[in-house]
Design a protein around this ligand. Structure first.
Ligand code: ZN
Length: 324
């Protein structure tokens, strides 16, 4: 009887795979490196080969699976199962991902945007506690987001909903990769935190290990800035306070509109943990009106790297239930 699902989290560095039960329990996990050469033309064939190898290893056949779910960067056409504009994969042109994977594995396939899929994962098995209204914000190289309202992922008219990273938080701020000025991503991504640290350092006159490191030409990371802030380095504390201000402002406005039960903060930068969440909450309370303040929580993501494969598998689960 077919009761297993394959979840795939396609990223610019690795492709993560998992075999899961219909209840979202991971039974097997593996990954392969993403080969983005030749316009990313090797990526889908490598995924097909890897799945078929694993099926053979565990003596499984396509009939054992309800389907394959995948989260992908770029603009995803969920109906056609295509991806375009995933520049970290070198996918400039439309890729017929669904067609190739279904032909190559004999298993039915569903796909959505990677941040949306991670939101589904955190909602189902992580900090979202399976509630109907969840917002997921991922702080990594960029800032991504996924919105679940009334139990449904919000896609918008062009599939671009949930792009929390492009909320304007400073109209006089830095230029964003999207072409606009002052998007959240320019100040709350890993590179954004470092950018703020460098700019604050230029005008900071006091004693600071962070400033010394920057002035010495050391290549500091967002993690370093958080570490210094935890040690009460005055400059680092100011930088993180500003990052928390921007996140509190953006999350507060999202919550004022959607009133989710939880805003889940994930991604590499969120490894700063409760230290970051507590500071975001301070500003979140400032920018939300009383009902929102009382009913919308801000919590750290719980699934780490597994959010993608778990959420991807839920595309199949939902698909089969006819609720997506
Ligand atoms: Zn932007």
């Amino acid at each position: 009887m077919s009761n297993k699902i394959i979840g795939i989290d396609l990223g610019g560095t690795t492709v993560k795979f998992a075999i899961l039960t219909n209840e979202g329990e991971i039974q097997q996990k593996w990954s392969v490196l993403t080969d983005i050469t030749d316009e990313g033309s090797h990526i889908v064939p490598a995924i097909i080969e890897s799945i078929n190898e694993q099926l053979e290893r565990y003596h499984l056949s396509p009939n054992d699976f309800i389907g394959i779910g995948m989260g992908s960067p770029g603009t995803v056409d969920r109906t056609e199962g295509t991806v375009i504009g995933a520049y970290n994969l070198n996918w400039d042109k439309s890729q017929p991902v669904k067609q190739l994977i279904e032909e190559g594995t004999g298993i039915s396939f569903a796909i959505d945007n990677d941040a949306n899929v991670a939101a589904l994962g955190e909602r189902w098995k992580g900090a979202g506690e399976n509630e109907e209204d969840i917002v997921f914000v991922t702080l990594g190289t960029g800032v991504g987001g996924g919105i679940i309202a009334g139990g449904r992922l919000i896609h918008g008219v062009a599939g671009a909903a949930g792009e929390i990273g492009h909320i304007t938080v400073d109209p006089n701020g830095y230029k964003c990769t999207c072409g606009n000025i002052g998007c959240l991503e320019t100040v709350a991504s890993a590179t954004g935190v470092v950018r703020l640290a460098r700019d604050f350092s230029e005008v900071y006159a006091g004693d600071s290990k962070l400033k010394t490191a920057i002035d010495d030409g050391q290549l500091i990371t967002a993690k370093d800035v958080f570490e210094f802030a935890k040690e009460n380095d005055e400059l680092a504390v100011r930088v993180i306070d500003k990052v928390a201000f921007y996140l509190g402002l953006a999350c507060g406005n999202v919550a004022n509109v959607l009133n989710p039960s939880t805003i889940v903060i994930g991604g590499g930068v969120s490894q700063a943990g409760a230290f970051l969440i507590d500071q975001i909450k301070t500003y979140f309370d400032q920018f939300t009106y009383p009902t929102i303040r009382k009913t919308t929580k801000i919590r750290l993501a719980e699934l780490g790297n597994s959010a993608g494969v778990i959420g991807a598998s839920s595309l199949i689960k939902k698909h089969k239930n006819g609720t997506l």
